[in-house]
Design a protein around this ligand. Sequence first.
Ligand SMILES: CC(C)(COP(=O)(O)OP(=O)(O)OC[C@H]1O[C@@H](n2cnc3c(N)ncnc32)[C@H](O)[C@@H]1OP(=O)(O)O)[C@@H](O)C(=O)NCCC(=O)NCCS
Length: 147
Amino acid sequence: MKNDLKSKKSNFFFDKLSLVLNEKKYWEFIRDLRNSPAVKKGFISQEYIPADQHENYMRSYGKKYYICLFENFPIGYVGTINNDIRVAVLPEYQGRGVGEFMINNVMSLHPSSFAKVKIKNEASIRLFEKCGFKKQYYILEKEKASS
Ligand SMILES: CC(C)(COP(=O)(O)OP(=O)(O)OC[C@H]1O[C@@H](n2cnc3c(N)ncnc32)[C@H](O)[C@@H]1OP(=O)(O)O)[C@@H](O)C(=O)NCCC(=O)NCCS
C-alpha cells in the first residue's frame, strides 16, 4: 500500500507513511482518537465511547479498520463497514495529506465505499472531494437545540 502513494507523492514525510491492518494493540488508539473533542465533533454521533463498548465493537469490526503509521507510530485510522467510511487523523498531523493517503488506499481495497459527512465538517468534505467523491444526498432532520 505504501508504494501506491510513493508514486504520487515522494518526500520525507510520505516515505515514512504506511497503512497497516488494525490489530488489538491499536484498539485503544482508535478509541482515544475517536473520543478526543477535536475529532469527535467531526462525527455524526457525539457519544463518548466507553472501553467495554469499544472492545465489543472492535471484536466485531476491528478487521475492517486500517491504521496509518508514521514510521511505527499510529497517526490515523480509516475503516469501512458496509462500505461506510470512517476516518480520523491526530490533530497534530492533520492538513498534511494523511487523510488523502488513507482514503485513496482504502478506496483501492474497497472501491464501492462512500462517506456520510456533516454539512459543517469542511475538512472532511474537502478531503473526500479531493479524493474524487461527489455530493449525492442530503439527510434532513429537525434542528436540535444543541446543534
Ligand atoms: C477529516 C480529516 C480526516 C482530514 O484529514 P487530513 O489528514 O487533515 O486531510 P488532508 O491533509 O489529506 O487534506 C485533504 C484536503 O482537505 C483539506 N483540508 C484538511 N483540513 C481542512 C480544514 N480544516 N478545512 C478545510 N480544508 C481542509 C486539505 O487542505 C486538503 O485539500 P487541498 O490539498 O486541496 O488543500 C481530519 O480533519 C480529521 O481527522 N477530522 C476529525 C474527524 C473527522 O471529522 N472525520 C471525518 C468524519 S466523516
